[in-house]
Every structure is written in structure tokens, then in C-alpha cells.
Write a protein of this length. Structure first.
Length: 450
């Protein structure tokens, strides 16, 4: 059973009141979008520079670099001479002495000054300290590579959000144009209704379409504001800062000729993650050398000067030189356990490397395919926009001449909006996919978009 609702006078007033509320809300979105044109214009290059300079994650990683750099100084210290000095004055309750037959002889004073200076240097330890110093340098390299990884990841996130914001702007414009097209149709329909050419049902149909489009305009405006807040968060600015992205006029980077095998080889050569794996493998091998050296002796030289104030001694001060060695005979098999642990760590790292290679290959392939798909969508949707515009023009003429229906015009407006939406999404999907390809192959995005 179909229920037909005939609007009375009061019902029409209520519907008009609701329509006015939606109109006012849509106007607020429009005004907010117009105000954004006077906001700070942020280019992709400038924003990318700010993102990699001021981002909190990058600053944290840079502090980790400084910590690792200090660790290299700590690891280097055992390779340098150890210099010790002491100074003291001794007070005794009884004066030291010795018994010789029936006589007692003093051997030291009751209070005396003493000081000493000694220098000890490791001569050879089978590369124990040298290997550990090289380990610290290798760890520092991994920290630097990790900072480069984070910096490029932040750059990719910024570029992606930047194109998201440009896309959001286009979605607002498309929806605004849809509202304008529907309002134009409503005015024409109102004139025809007043002349008795069409029924009120067609007029109400246009009002419903306008209300729906205005609500979608509100949603598009909210999405645009949220995307701008996310972009502000990346560049460490207050979330509500007004920001207006500048359209990227430069031609998009052509990656259509890039083969997957070439992209994989480039990624293997340039990706910081792979460099971290290789540096970690080197560090484990050096740590193994340092641990194995514990089976062997350490040779050292120690020289110094000792002085003790004592008038009963022939020489109060004396120089000394010691050449010696020391070796650990047994430490509870701790060294062999450490070597076994390093072996397992190397096996684990090998598995992680294989998985990392597979993940990077999948990532590269995904972005390459995304770019290819987006490029094909652009060529298709570009023609669709032209066809939809022509379709709307024809249906509007037919409607004005009384040969078409209101549904034909409304459907044509919807088709045009859909075609424009698909086109802009394809354009910015291509931009984001190209950035993803360059990121996944290890290229520095800060240099690419400079």
C-alpha cells in the first residue's frame, strides 16, 4: 500500500523551516571555506621542510643519535691510557719500628705524607676493545639510518595528508557546484510550477535533492577541517590553525616506465631499513670477535711514581715499570653462552631480513599498481566528466522545452557530481601513489619535492 502525504499549509511551513536551517548550516560551511582562501598558503615544499625539521618523532630519533654517539666515546675509553693519582697524609697512634736483638729501631715516622701517580695501557687484548668500539660505531650508523627512515616516513605522511587536503578542497567545490546546479533547477521548476506546467511533486523532489546535497556539503566541510587538523599535527602546529594548500603545478613524477625488478633493486640499495639490517649483522660479527677474545690473555704495561715521606728510608720516592698479563681461567661458561646467544641472534636477523625484503617488495608492487590504476582512472573519468556535462546540458534543454522530466535533470546533476568526484579522487590517488613509489624505493622525498 502506498501512502501519499499531502502537505497542508502548516506542514509546508515546517518543511520550509527545516530547509532554511539546512541552508544556513550550508552557508556556514561555504563561508568557512571562503575564509580559508585568506588563510596562510602552505606549499608542498615549505610544508615538507617544516615537517622534517619540527616533527617530534624526528627530534626523539636525533636524541637517540646523540646518545649513541656518546656510547662510542664510552666504548673508546678502554683503548686509551688509564691515569690514576693519589695523595694522603697518614697519622699513626704508635711509631713503626723493628726489634734487632736487644735494640728497637724506628722504621717510619708517626705521621707522613704520601702520593702516587700511575699510568696503565693495554698493549694487546686480541681486538676485544677495538671490536667493541667498532660495534658502537656500527650502532651509531644504525641510529642515523633509523632517523633517515623516520624522516622519510614523516615526509610520506605529510605528502599524503597534503594531497588529501587538496582532494578535500575539491570535494567541497564539487558539492557546492552540485548545490548550485540543483538550486538553478529548483528556480526553473518553481517558475514552471507557477505557470502550471508541472506538478508540485516535481518541485518537492527538487527540494529534497537540494537538502541532501547541502547535508553532504556539511560532511565535506567537516572532513576538510579534520584533514587540515591532521596536517597541522604533522608539522607541530595548533590543530585549528588556518591552512590553505597550494595546488602542485609541477608535472607529476613519471613512474610509468619503472619496472618492478628495477624498483626492487633500487629499494634494496636505498631503503634505510635494509641498511639497518646489514649494519646490525656487522655489529653482531664484531660482538662475536669481542666475546671470543675473552678466551685469551690481556697484555698491559703499567708505570708510575710512588712517594712516601720517611726519613728512615734510603729512597722516599721510586719509579716503577710493570709489564704483565692477566687471563680469566673460568667464568662459569659465560663466554660460551654469550657466543651461543650471538649465533641465535644472527639466525633471527637472517629471518627478519628475508621477511623485510618480502614486505618491501609487496609495498613497492602495491604503490606501482596503485599508480597504474589511478592513471587509467584519470583517462576514463576525464572523458566521463565531459560526457556528464554534455548530458546535463541536453537534459536541461529538454526539460525547459517540456520534452524531458525533472528526474532526468536531477539524475544528470548526480552523474556529473559522481564523475567529477571520481576524477579528482583519481588525480590525487595518482599523486599519493607516486609519492609511495618513491618512498618505497628509498628515495628521499625531501629532495624529490624540493
Amino acid at each position: 500500500m502506498i501512502k501519499i502525504n499531502y502537505y497542508g499549509k502548516h506542514d509546508l511551513k515546517g518543511q520550509m523551516k527545516k530547509s532554511n536551517i539546512v541552508l544556513i548550516a550550508a552557508l556556514f560551511v561555504t563561508l568557512a571555506f571562503m575564509c580559508s582562501s585568506s588563510a596562510e598558503v602552505l606549499t608542498l615544499t615549505d610544508g615538507l621542510r617544516i615537517a622534517v625539521e619540527d616533527n617530534k618523532l624526528i627530534k626523539i630519533s636525533e636524541q637517540d643519535e646523540l646518545i649513541s654517539e656518546a656510547d662510542t666515546l664510552v666504548a673508546k675509553s678502554p683503548m686509551l691510557p688509564r691515569v690514576n693519582a693519589s695523595l694522603g697524609y697518614t697519622f699513626l697512634s704508635d711509631q713503626p719500628g723493628a726489634v734487632f736483638g736487644t735494640q728497637t729501631v724506628n722504621t717510619a715516622e708517626k705521621g707522613f705524607l704520601s702520593y702516587s701517580l700511575s699510568v696503565q695501557q693495554t698493549l694487546y687484548d686480541f681486538r676485544k676493545n677495538a671490536a667493541r668500539y667498532e660495534v658502537s660505531r656500527t650502532v651509531l650508523n644504525t641510529r642515523r639510518l633509523d632517523t633517515a627512515r623516520i624522516r622519510n616516513l614523516i615526509a610520506l605522511e605529510f605528502v599524503t595528508r597534503y594531497f588529501d587536503l587538496l582532494e578535500a578542497d575539491k570535494m567541497v567545490l564539487v558539492t557546492q557546484k552540485e548545490v548550485e546546479q540543483l538550486e538553478l533547477h529548483f528556480r526553473n521548476a518553481k517558475t514552471m510550477y507557477d505557470e502550471g506546467v508541472i506538478t508540485k511533486n516535481e518541485l518537492l523532489q527538487a527540494e529534497v535533492k537540494i537538502s541532501d546535497a547541502r547535508q553532504r556539503l556539511l560532511t565535506a566541510g567537516s572532513l576538510r577541517a579534520l584533514t587540515a587538523s591532521r596536517l597541522n599535527n604533522i608539522i607541530s602546529r595548533p590543530l585549528k590553525t588556518d591552512i590553505q594548500p597550494a595546488e602542485v603545478e609541477d608535472p607529476s613524477h613519471d613512474i610509468s616506465a619503472l619496472e618492478l625488478e628495477d624498483a626492487w633493486q633500487m629499494a634494496e640499495r636505498l631503503r634505510p631499513e635494509i641498511g639497518i639490517v646489514y649494519e646490525t649483522a656487522t655489529a653482531l660479527e664484531l660482538e662475536k670477535t669481542a666475546r671470543r677474545s675473552e678466551y685469551f690473555p690481556v697484555f698491559f704495561a703499567r708505570g708510575g711514581y710512588d712517594y712516601t715521606e720517611n726519613e728512615y728510608q734510603l729512597h722516599e720516592g721510586n719509579w716503577s715499570l710493570v709489564l704483565g698479563m692477566h687471563i680469566n681461567i673460568f667464568n662459569g661458561r659465560g663466554t660460551s653462552a654469550e657466543l651461543l646467544k650471538i649465533g641465535h641472534q644472527k639466525e633471527k636477523l637472517l629471518e627478519q631480513k628475508n621477511r623485510l625484503f618480502d614486505d618491501i617488495k609487496l609495498e613497492v608492487e602495491k604503490y606501482v599498481l596503485d599508480a597504474k590504476t589511478a592513471r587509467e582512472k584519470i583517462s576514463v573519468t576525464e572523458n566521463a566528466v565531459q560526457q556528464a556535462e554534455e548530458n546535463l546540458r541536453i537534459n536541461r534543454i529538454r526539460y525547459d522545452e517540456g520534452m524531458g522530466t525533472a528526474s532526468d535533470v536531477l539524475d544528470a546533476v548526480t552523474l556529473l557530481t559522481t564523475a567529477q568526484t571520481n576524477y579528482y579522487r583519481a588525480v590525487y590517488d595518482l599523486r599519493k601513489a607516486e609519492a609511495g613509489v618513491m618512498y618505497s624505493t628509498g628515495q628521499d622525498l625531501s629532495e624529490v619535492y624540493k
